[in-house]
Design a binder for this molecule. Structure first.
Ligand code: NAD
Length: 397
């Protein structure tokens, strides 16, 4: 990625607490860039509209104007707050629509612990994982029909008469969803996960699946994952397999490629999180695993994320619009700030990203935190969203 010293970065403010957290994020990131590069580099923020805010500007009411899509595609790197899908706008979810239209097939969710963050587990510092969630397939593809519709009747007819599906309970009162999982969709995701493990000197990549039950979708995901590791990265069986290992060409260290069944995995990440590192998984598993892991290190209020295609990188807050606290200066801005930190690293602006991390460590240790964290701490000093941003800037020195 070639990055000018003053890149234009489109941002979507977001609905609900988007109006609280996004302006604070911009201030904190500007301060970190200034701290690191003393005016030599600067982000030129460009607001683009989506969700509720867009319907004032774009009368089509879809919540996802063409200009916004073009800006995200053309400027390559962007950031967004949470979005409400307008009722009657034509999309089931704006977030899913964005991911599908731009083919943002990776949902990247790093999970790390900042000392002092309240956590429900005894040793949250043992959790340090990076989740690669497949974002474009699986039951989230949106191919489904409601119970009692003519479509359901047709599908049941087809399955029973032409596909010989029998001996299972399958009344017309069933809702039906389709779960597509493809070889190329799986391999492009697992490739990104292994490339990440190599570039960041990580110890293992775990393929998380329910292949014991869903053999041709989740089981195939696992098999294709191992196959890719062997064919493209030269992985070899470990102790006779099925686990594999490959040599990191940069460091010479082994990277273990292993798999775990999703239900057992949810137990293991609580009991032995230190055994897992990079994780590659399907869309629905990834959704559950990402938020469950986020809770272990402080919750979705401080969990960052990004959606990636082969070219476009859209960084985003992982929480929703939190309408219960919107506009009240109560929200924790850390999720979108740490997403912006990932964005700085993606731009290669490592010094500015490091300044954000140092500030976050300092701010959390200071105990001056927003309500979501304060209510779980022994001696907190609850501050608002804006004041937390100021604390972060103060911590940069
Ligand atoms: P939510 O994330 O908005 O809220 C869940 C809980 O977490 C609430 O109690 C909320 O107050 C709290 N919370 C969330 N973010 C917080 C923050 N930054 N600081 C402090 N507390 C925070 O989830 P929800 O209630 O299920 O969804 C609300 C709306 O958001 C829905 O319209 C949903 O469609 C939308 N949503 C959007 C996205 C997105 O844009 N990526 C993601 C999830 C949900």
């Amino acid at each position: 990625l070639t990055v000018p010293d003053r890149p234009i970065i489109p941002f979507i403010e977001g609905d609900g607490i988007g109006i609280d957290v996004t302006p604070v994020m911009k201030k904190v990131i500007d301060a970190a860039v200034e701290k690191a590069y003393a005016g030599k580099r600067q982000i030129s923020w460009m607001e683009v509209y989506a969700g509720e805010k867009s319907t004032d500007v774009y009368p089509d009411g879809s919540g996802l104007p063409a200009e916004t899509m073009e800006a995200i595609r053309d400027y390559v790197v962007s950031i967004k707050g949470p979005l409400t899908t307008p009722v009657g706008g034509g999309f089931r979810s704006l977030n899913v629509a964005l991911r599908q239209k731009l083919d943002l097939y990776v949902c990247l969710r790093p999970v790390r612990y900042f000392t002092g963050t309240p956590s429900p587990v005894k040793h949250p510092e043992k959790t340090d994982m990076v989740i690669f969630r497949e974002n474009s397939e699986d039951i989230y593809a949106g191919i489904e029909w409601a119970a009692g519709t003519p479509e359901v009747k047709k599908v049941i007819d087809f399955l029973t008469k032409e596909m010989n599906v029998e001996n299972i309970r399958f009344p017309e009162s069933s809702g039906i969803g389709i779960k597509p999982v493809s070889e190329d969709g799986t391999k492009r995701l697992v490739r990104r996960a292994i490339e990440y493990a190599i570039a960041n000197d990580r110890e293992s990549v775990t393929l998380v699946h329910k292949g014991n039950i869903m053999k041709f979708t989740e089981g195939a995901f696992k098999n294709w994952g191992y196959e890719l590791a062997k064919e493209e990265f030269g992985a070899e069986p470990l102790d006779g397999g099925p686990w594999m290992k490959l040599k990191n060409p940069n460091t010479g260290r082994d990277i273990v490629i292993k798999d775990s069944i999703a239900d057992a995995f949810l137990q293991q990440i609580l009991l032995v999180p230190e055994e897992y590192d990079v994780v590659a998984t399907l869309n629905l598993n990834g959704d559950y695993v990402s938020d469950a892991l986020a809770a272990q290190v402080g919750g979705i209020g401080i969990a960052p994320g990004a959606n990636l295609s082969d070219t476009v990188a859209m960084f985003e807050a992982t929480h929703g619009t939190a309408p219960n606290i919107a506009g009240k200066d109560l929200a924790n801005p850390s999720s979108v700030i740490l997403s912006a930190e990932m964005m700085l690293r993606h731009l290669g602006w490592t010094e500015a990203a490091d300044a954000v991390i140092k500030a976050m460590e300092g701010a959390i240790a200071s105990g001056n935190v927003t309500g979501d964290l304060a209510r779980l701490m022994d001696k907190p000093n609850q501050v608002g969203c804006k004041a937390f941003g100021e604390e972060l800037i103060r911590q940069m020195g």
